[in-house]
Design a binder for this molecule. Structure first.
Ligand code: C5P
Length: 398
């Protein structure tokens, strides 16, 4: 999918720069032309010679290198690529990008480019968490800069936390998503996923066993077909996919707000296991035993039905897909649900404990549409996601 693409790779000065050499190698394996740029600080970590040898390309290093200007000016260099990737992106590079500095080759290219920019930040955990870096991150994402990572883990400096550069396969996946040439290119798809948590008091909540695996796999599959994906997720067990816009929420009410804020969309997939009820009399402070032996009385209020609200609302996406987890009469219940909620398709599955589907790696679905019920074989959740994403692409872009 990436063959023939051109990437301008700006390597910043950090210990993670060594991973960028591997990135170059793996991109070239996929037929990508990589033009490397080293910052002055990067040269302390990797040599121009090794970078150029791996890329089989000239390495650009200096804004005022007249030979380069004669061969290819910095403006042209910034635009000759399909995508600009900055890996590793240091705190300093993020600050320069956010504030429009152009005082060396890397920052000037980033100012001059007319292409999308993907950054892979890498820095000490305190530097990443510093309010200045977080402010710069917000500015950059607001400017439509794409971000992959950082990952959490042990760091070269001996500390632990977020700050490690994303792993090379994740960066390649993010590059693929950024260049998304698939049938859903320029389409916006909304996906809800995971459980919701409904508070009882500040430390307790009501939840369900949804892992978020199917919704996460779907968001990734839609991304891989080129869609811009907004992923509204409750507190799930699985990590959200990279290369999608993540909106993390806890309650059903917050999920509805996030979904409404994300519209318009070409398609919406409601894979979340939303709690039907919330505690109406949730306590502001932690509930305590008072010694009387009397259990607290919780009263419940019905949550908004997000799928039905959006299906029947003003800004209804062209295609609305709901999920139905059933334990019996799957097809009949799901067919009735499709009509009641007003969505186009229902992805129905049997979540009886003996199926092992809830929380498991496989799924067996029945796709209910106006054409009736279509039985799919039992498949890994990733494969269900790929097939569903393709069907969505056929319906939306076909
Ligand atoms: O009614 P039931 O919960 O079985 O319907 C499942 C479908 O409805 C799923 O697509 C789920 O995401 C959606 N739903 C919702 N808001 C609710 C309850 C369910 O969007 N409050």
């Amino acid at each position: 999918m990436l063959a023939g693409k051109r990437i301008l790779l700006i390597i910043g000065g950090g210990i993670a720069a060594f991973k960028s050499l591997d990135l170059i190698r793996r991109l070239r394996d996929q037929g990508v032309k990589v033009t490397p740029v080293l910052t002055k600080a990067a040269e302390e970590f990797v040599t121009p010679l090794s970078t150029s040898a791996l890329a089989a390309e000239k390495v650009y290093r200096d804004l005022f290198d007249l030979t380069d200007e004669a061969e290819m000016g910095h403006i042209e260099l910034s635009r000759a690529a399909d995508l600009v990737v900055v890996a590793p992106t240091t705190a300093d590079l993020m600050a320069k990008m956010a504030h429009g500095h152009a005082n060396d080759l890397a920052s000037t290219l980033l100012m001059a480019t007319d292409k999308r920019v993907l950054i892979a930040p890498a820095m000490n955990v305190r530097m990443w968490e510093h309010p200045a870096t977080q402010r710069n991150l917000a500015i950059l994402t607001g400017d439509d800069v794409l971000v992959v990572g950082p990952d959490e883990g042990n760091m070269a400096c001996g500390e632990y936390g977020p700050g490690r550069m994303a792993e090379v396969p994740d960066i390649i996946a993010a590059i693929g998503a950024a260049l998304g040439e698939g049938p859903l290119k320029r389409r916006h798809v909304l996906v809800t996923s995971g459980p919701t948590h409904e508070p009882i008091d500040p430390v307790r909540y009501i939840a369900n066993r949804s892992s978020g695996a199917q919704g996460t796999a779907l968001a990734a599959a839609l991304r891989d077909l080129g869609a811009r994906v907004t992923f509204v997720t409750g507190p799930a067990d699985v990590r959200p996919p990279i290369g999608v816009e993540i909106v993390a929420i806890e309650t059903a009410a917050q999920m509805l707000d996030a979904v409404e804020a994300a519209l318009p969309a070409d398609a919406a997939v409601f894979a979340a296991a939303v709690a039907d009820w919330r505690v109406e009399n949730a306590s502001e402070s932690k509930m305590k035993k008072d010694g009387s032996g009397q259990a607290p009385a919780l009263s419940f209020a019905e949550n908004p039905d997000i799928l039905a609200t959006i299906s029947k609302g003003q800004s209804r996406p062209g295609l609305v897909v709901g999920f139905a987890a059933e334990t019996d009469d799957v097809v009949a219940n799901a067919t009735a649900k499709r009509a009641r909620k007003g969505c186009d398709w229902i992805v129905a599955n049997d979540v009886s404990p003996e199926t092992g589907i809830m929380g498991g790696d496989e799924n067996r679905i029945v796709l209910i549409s106006q054409d009736g019920a279509e039985d799919w074989p039992r498949l890994p959740k990733d494969e269900v996601a790929r097939r569903l994403a393709q069907r969505i692409a056929d319906a939306v872009a076909g």
